[in-house]
Design a binder for this molecule. Structure first.
Ligand SMILES: *Cc1c(COP(=O)(O)O)cnc(C)c1O
Length: 452
C-alpha cells in the first residue's frame, strides 16, 4: 500500500506524509492539508461495519490515511482509548433520526476530533523523544475539547488562552479544573486578542525551543476522524440504510468535510444538508456563485457556529476542483453544479431555531440544544422543498446541558449531565494576563523556562 500524501490547498509543490501534516498543522503557504487520494472502501467491507464496534470502524476508515506510520496494534489501541463513549441514534419519527455526538468528556462533538489528534501527536512525539507545547486560543468549546484531549498525555503541555469575560463559567471550568499538563490563561481582552497573542508567539524566535504548535480546527488530525461517525450511522441503521441524507449544523465546516470524505470513500449517500445559522455566507454562495465572508460574524444562539468565513471552505472548494485562499478569495471557481448535487445549503434564523427546539420537544419529547436544532430545522426545510424518502440523520453536536439557557426559557425544563454539574464542585486554577505580548512571554518562560 503506497502511503497517502497530503497537499496544500494553496498549491505548495511540497507534499507531506500524515505525520508531517499532523505536526505542522497548517502548510507553509498558509493552505490546508488535504489527502492526495481519497481511497474507496470495498462495499463488502462497508457492509461488514454493522458487526463492528465504533473503534473498529474507525480503524478501517482511518488506517489508509495513517499508512504504516503507526503500527496497526498501536492504532487500534489508540482508537479504543479515544472512543470509549456511546454514539446514540434516536428515531424521532419513522426514517428520521438524530445522532448524538455529545457523549464525550466535554459534551460536544469536538471530542471526536480532538481525542484522535491528541493521541496521534503523543504517539509521534514519544517515538522521537521530543516534547511539544500546544498553544491555542479559544472562545469556548474548542479550548475545553483540546485541553481534555491532551490532559495527562506524555510529552505534551497545553496552554489555552481564553477571553476572561467572554466564556461561560462552565466553559471556563472545563479548562481550569484539570491541572497537570493543562495551563489555562485568562486574557483581559477579546477572543481576537487571544488569537493575536498566539500568532505572535508562533513567530517569536526566542520561543522556538519550546516547540510550539497549534491544535486548531484546520489540523488534518482533526478533520479525518470526523468521517467515521457517518459510516457508523449507516452501519447501525441496517437494512433500512439505503442512501442516507445527513443534516450537519455547520460553522467552520469541518464536520461537513468529514462527511464529504466519507461519501468519496464509498458511503452510500444521497445528500448532505449544510445547515448554518444566520452566518449564511455559504448558502448565499450556493445560490449565487459569489462568495462574500461576513465580517464581523453575526451573534446567534448557536454560538459555536458564529463563523463569518469558514476555514474549511478551502478544503471544500478543493474537493470540487476550485481554489479558495486563506483570506476567502476565490482564485478558481469550483464545480458548482456538482456541489449542488451533493449539498443542500440552508440558513436558519435564531427564531426558526427556537421554533424547532420547541416543536421536537412538544411532539416527540426529544431535547435538542441550539446547534442540533439548526441541523433539524435544516432537515425539515429540505424535506419540505425536496421529495426524498431516503432515511435521514440529523447530527446533534452538543449536550443540551451545555446550553441550558434556551431550553429552560423555551421548554421550562433544565437539562442535566453529571460531567457538567459535577464541575461546580471542582477547584479552579489558572493564570491571568493582560492583552500585552510581554506578559504572555513571561508566563510561558515561567512555566517552560527550564526546557532546552
Ligand atoms: C464547533 C461546533 C459546531 C460546528 O462544527 P464545524 O465543524 O465547525 O462546522 C457545531 N456545533 C457545536 C456544538 C460545535 O461546538
Amino acid at each position: 500500500m503506497n502511503p497517502i500524501l497530503y497537499f496544500s490547498t494553496n498549491g505548495d509543490p511540497q507534499k507531506v506524509d500524515f505525520k508531517q501534516a499532523l505536526l505542522a498543522g497548517q502548510a507553509p503557504d498558509k493552505g490546508l492539508y488535504m489527502p492526495e487520494l481519497i481511497p474507496r472502501l470495498d462495499a463488502d467491507l462497508i457492509a461488514s461495519f454493522s458487526d463492528m464496534t465504533y473503534p473498529e470502524i474507525a480503524y478501517e476508515v482511518l488506517r489508509p490515511y495513517v499508512g504504516e506510520l503507526i503500527h496497526e496494534d498501536r492504532l487500534i489501541a489508540l482508537l479504543k482509548d479515544a472512543y470509549d463513549f456511546e454514539v446514540p441514534l434516536e428515531e424521532v419519527f419513522p426514517g428520521k433520526h438524530i445522532m448524538r455526538l455529545d457523549r464525550g468528556p466535554t459534551c460536544s462533538f469536538k471530542d471526536f476530533a480532538a481525542r484522535f489528534m491528541g493521541r496521534t501527536i503523543e504517539h509521534f512525539l514519544k517515538e522521537e523523544g521530543r516534547s511539544m507545547v500546544i498553544l491555542t486560543a479559544t472562545s469556548g468549546d474548542t479550548g475545553s475539547a483540546v485541553a481534555h484531549a491532551f490532559y495527562g498525555l506524555e510529552k505534551i503541555d497545553v496552554v489555552v488562552l481564553f477571553p476572561r469575560d467572554e466564556v461561560t463559567v462552565r466553559q471556563r471550568k472545563q479548562m481550569t479544573t484539570l491541572g497537570d499538563n493543562v495551563h489555562p490563561l485568562a486574557v483581559r481582552g477579546k477572543f481576537d486578542d487571544c488569537q493575536a497573542l498566539v500568532k505572535r508567539a508562533f513567530t517569536d524566535p526566542e520561543l522556538a525551543r519550546m516547540n510550539l504548535s497549534s491544535a486548531n480546527s484546520i489540523n488534518i488530525g482533526r478533520l479525518l476522524p470526523q468521517a467515521v461517525y457517518y459510516f457508523y450511522a449507516a452501519s447501525r441503521l441496517g437494512p433500512e440504510g439505503g442512501r442516507l441524507v445527513f443534516s450537519v449544523p455547520s460553522g467552520n465546516f469541518g464536520d461537513l468535510m468529514g462527511g464529504l470524505i466519507a461519501m468519496r470513500m464509498g458511503l452510500p449517500m444521497r445528500r448532505f444538508i449544510a445547515a448554518t445559522n444566520e452566518n449564511d455566507e455559504f448558502p448565499r454562495f450556493m445560490k449565487t456563485g459569489v462568495y462574500n465572508p461576513i465580517r464581523p460574524s453575526r451573534n446567534c444562539i448557536s454560538n459555536a457556529m458564529n463563523v463569518g468565513h469558514p476555514s474549511n471552505l478551502a478544503r471544500l472548494f478543493s474537493l470540487y476542483g476550485g481554489w479558495m485562499d486563506e483570506t476567502g478569495v476565490v482564485k478558481r471557481a469550483p464545480d458548482l453544479a456538482a456541489m449542488k448535487g451533493d449539498l443542500f445549503a440552508v440558513s436558519i434564523t435564531d427564531a426558526e431555531t427556537r421554533v424547532a427546539m420547541k416543536d421536537v420537544y412538544e411532539r416527540y419529547s426529544i431535547v435538542l440544544e441550539p446547534h442540533g436544532a439548526v441541523g433539524w430545522a435544516g432537515l425539515m426545510r429540505y424535506l419540505h422543498e425536496v421529495e426524498d424518502w431516503n432515511p435521514c440523520v440529523s447530527l446533534e453536536t452538543a449536550d443540551p446541558a451545555k446550553f441550558p439557557k434556551e431550553i429552560v426559557d423555551l421548554m421550562g425544563i433544565e437539562p442535566k449531565r453529571d460531567a457538567i454539574s459535577s464541575l461546580d464542585l471542582l477547584v479552579e486554577s489558572y493564570g491571568h494576563i493582560g492583552d500585552d505580548y510581554g506578559e504572555l512571554k513571561r508566563e510561558l518562560f515561567s512555566i517552560f523556562g527550564d526546557r532546552t
